[in-house]
Ligand binder design. Structure first.
Ligand code: PLP
Length: 379
């Protein structure tokens, strides 16, 4: 039985070109880029090459790219930069459906005395822009919002939000982890975005490497204090293999953004039409909103997602009930609760997130397996 991987929002396969490029830096080229002798120092140039590739993907300047250990670190750094020098008079504006990296930073900031203003979403998962406008009038320290939701694929109107934040002079951090590679990202054009976070392992790169984009004029307080690496903005010896791998992944992603979204769009259509044929009472979460083409979040009333996922796993299908970071928690996720406050207290949602390697044949196979499994569970 072959495996069908449908959890690309959790992580993606490492592209062969990526692992091949990294190998050299784990075997022969293992020097320290900060060394003065050539064996180490020459790696500086290679890091700069990867930085240029990331800048090209995100349409930013190379000097705006800071390598971190993960998007989680990038998000924490952006929020820390605007709140870290004393939380008492600080306010963070964010949404109720953010990733735990943002929500848990905000929880800690609140314990330190900061205020957090959470913007709601409607039943389609769309952001309440009136609430955001009202929040901006109160001059918060930072606005932090995701571009694409990891559970539903719903796209927030970051272009409009960027204009609003620029008008009010408020720094905006965008969690672009689920947007990069799926929709075009133009950091240089969207002047209202002050910071932007990316994760390599969501774009066929390695784990343990992320990026924070920060404009030259952005408030900045390092979260990781140490050596002079990353122009003093992130201490610690560089993860050279990770950075090289991310550079290659960025090159591949840059070339394939449009093709990627077209191939996954067709599969999304097959999956969602098929799901609604299997169960007419199934709810495709965010169906009425603008969504990326690789994500389908579906609630099957009366079907516990854990049991369904176990059955799918036995058939070789890798899927999840939502964010991998929240897989242990019980009940509907905070995203589903925010969209449907009167939802059942059981976890009945499954997320299928596709990638370029998935085929239409696989989509039909999954529908057959889903139909069988749901019939069994409904008994
Ligand atoms: N933000 C979003 C929207 C995500 O989906 C994820 C990962 O699932 C993260 C942040 C955290 O990324 P990382 O795994 O690089 O810390």
């Amino acid at each position: 039985m072959g495996k069908i991987y449908l959890d690309h929002n959790a992580t993606t396969p490492v592209a062969p070109e990526v692992s091949e490029a990294m190998l050299k830096y784990l075997t022969t080229e293992w020097g320290n880029p900060s060394s003065t002798y050539a064996f180490g120092a020459k790696l500086k140039g290679e890091i700069e090459g990867a930085r240029r590739s990331v800048a090209e993907l995100l349409n930013s300047l190379s000097s705006e790219v800071i390598f971190t250990s993960s998007a989680t670190e990038s998000i924490n750094t952006a929020l820390w930069s605007c709140t870290g020098n004393g939380d008492k008079d600080k306010t963070i504006v964010t949404s109720v459906v953010e990733h735990s990296a943002t929500l848990n930073f905000c929880g800690r900031a609140k314990e330190r005395g900061a205020r957090v203003n959470y913007i709601d979403v409607n039943s389609n998962g769309e952001l309440n822009l009136d609430q955001l406008r009202e929040a901006l009038e109160k001059k918060p320290s930072i606005v932090s919002l995701m571009w694409v939701n990891n559970e539903t694929g719903v796209i927030f109107p970051i272009e409009d939000i960027s204009v609003l934040c620029l008008k009010h002079g408020i720094p905006l951090h965008v969690d672009a982890v689920q947007a990069v590679g799926k929709i075009p990202v133009y950091f240089s054009k969207l002047k209202g975005i002050t910071y932007l976070s990316l994760s390599a392992h969501k774009i066929n790169g390695p784990k343990g490497i992320g990026v924070l984009l920060a404009r030259k004029t952005a408030p900045f307080i390092p979260l990781i204090n140490g050596g002079h690496q990353e122009r003093g903005r992130r201490g610690g010896t560089e993860n050279v293999p990770g950075i090289i791998g991310l550079g290659v992944a960025a090159n591949i992603t840059h070339k394939r953004v449009t093709a990627n979204s077209q191939s996954t769009r067709k599969i999304q259509q097959i999956l969602e039409d098929g799901i609604l044929r299997i169960r007419s009472d199934a709810v495709i979460n965010g169906q009425g909103a603008k969504r990326v083409s690789n994500t389908t979040s579906v609630t099957f009333p009366g079907i516990e997602s854990e049991s369904l996922l176990l059955m799918l796993d036995k058939e070789g299908i890798c899927a999840s009930s939502g964010s991998a970071c929240l897989a242990d928690s019980e009940g509907p996720s905070h995203v589903i609760k925010a969209m449907h406050p009167s939802t059942s207290q059981a976890r009945e949602t499954v997320r299928l997130s596709t990638g370029t390697h998935n085929s239409e044949e696989e989509a039909y196979e999954i529908l057959n397996i889903l139909e069988r499994s749901i019939r069994k569970l409904a008994k």
